[in-house]
Design a protein around this ligand. Structure first.
Ligand SMILES: CC(C)(COP(=O)(O)OP(=O)(O)OC[C@H]1O[C@@H](n2cnc3c(N)ncnc32)[C@H](O)[C@@H]1OP(=O)(O)O)[C@@H](O)C(=O)NCCC(=O)NCCS
Length: 267
């Protein structure tokens, strides 16, 4: 079939995600694009950290391999640009992939890179993990929370909500002045048995005391209690963060892949 016969159609918003599809025939989807709001918690949100741009949305774009290099990805991107009021798109693509070439072609600006590491529960020594969690950290206490990540844009706000069933599990270290470290994991957007971890993040002034390892170990333990079906944790790290990489390696995470972050300012 010629790509000219492909229609780009909008799909109704679902759970706050706007969508477009490239239809090769009724029921035959050759590619899709989506926009979803960015939750700053996914990018680190302790009080010392800058907030994510409020006008940015996260772009996902995918074309089935047999339909690639026929302009369908470009048409989907054009439809997104024409339909959305948001003028700032953020995309995460696998390093060295067609996605990077596509971003370069369309004038995206590269803003960073990430390393993804994977922890599999069968590699976790649970007694050792328990010992890490039980280590005393004088002046600090552990707190846990469960609920929906979308309920707030800052971790402190999440902790003000009572715990309830939801997609997110949070382990936090608090001192008398409030939150000082956290790690959070969210179910969804990945294969069902895998969760995505954000952090650990430790407030400047409280670093070097093992709080990152403490909240990470607590989260790994807590997550399994609340979501026993979860087998794997995928953690994202800025590639320029050797301390965090070493912490993940210590806990048994293994390298999975590298991705790059791109931004596009729409006219
Ligand atoms: C990235 C992706 C969406 C591109 O879809 P597509 O329909 O093939 O894109 P287009 O045909 O519109 O390509 C537009 C231009 O991007 C560049 N490009 C796309 N794929 C490329 C590749 N594999 N190698 C080199 N350049 C490439 C080219 O400049 C191309 O123009 P040309 O074909 O005239 O040379 C598709 O490869 C894909 O689904 N990849 C996996 C998911 C992904 O990486 N998404 C990116 C999110 S931004």
């Amino acid at each position: 079939m010629s790509e000219r016969l492909i229609d780009i159609v909008t799909v109704p918003d679902h759970l706050g995600i706007a969508g477009w599809q490239a239809m090769a025939a009724p029921g035959l989807v050759a590619g899709a694009a989506g926009l979803r709001p960015i939750n700053p918690i996914e990018h680190g949100s302790l009080p010392s950290e800058p907030a994510t741009r409020p006008d940015a949305v996260e772009l996902s774009l995918y074309v089935e391999p047999q339909w690639r290099r026929r302009g369908i990805g470009s048409r989907l991107l054009a439809a997104v640009g024409a339909d959305t009021a948001r003028r700032h798109l953020v995309a995460e693509v696998v390093a060295g992939s067609a996605g990077e070439a596509f971003c370069a072609r369309h004038g995206f600006r590269r803003t960073g890179s990430r390393r993804h590491d994977l922890l599999t529960y069968c590699d976790v020594h649970h007694a050792w993990l328990g010992e890490l969690v039980d280590v005393e950290h004088p002046g600090y206490r552990l707190n846990h929370w469960t609920g929906e990540l979308a309920d707030a844009t800052r971790v402190e706000e999440l902790l003000r909500h009572p715990s309830r069933p939801g997609n997110a599990v949070l382990s936090a270290a608090e001192a008398d002045g409030g939150l000082v470290a956290y790690a959070v994991a969210a179910v969804g957007g990945l294969p069902q048995r895998r969760v995505r971890q954000y952090g650990p993040s430790v407030l400047a002034g409280h670093r070097g005391q093992g709080l990152g390892l403490w909240v990470s170990a607590a989260l790994i333990q807590r997550l399994r209690e609340i979501h026993p079906h979860v087998d794997e944790i995928e953690a994202r790290t800025g590639e320029d963060d050797p301390g965090l990489l070493a912490l993940h390696r210590h806990l048994g995470f293994r390298h999975l892949r590298r991705t790059r972050l791109y931004e596009l300012a729409l006219p």
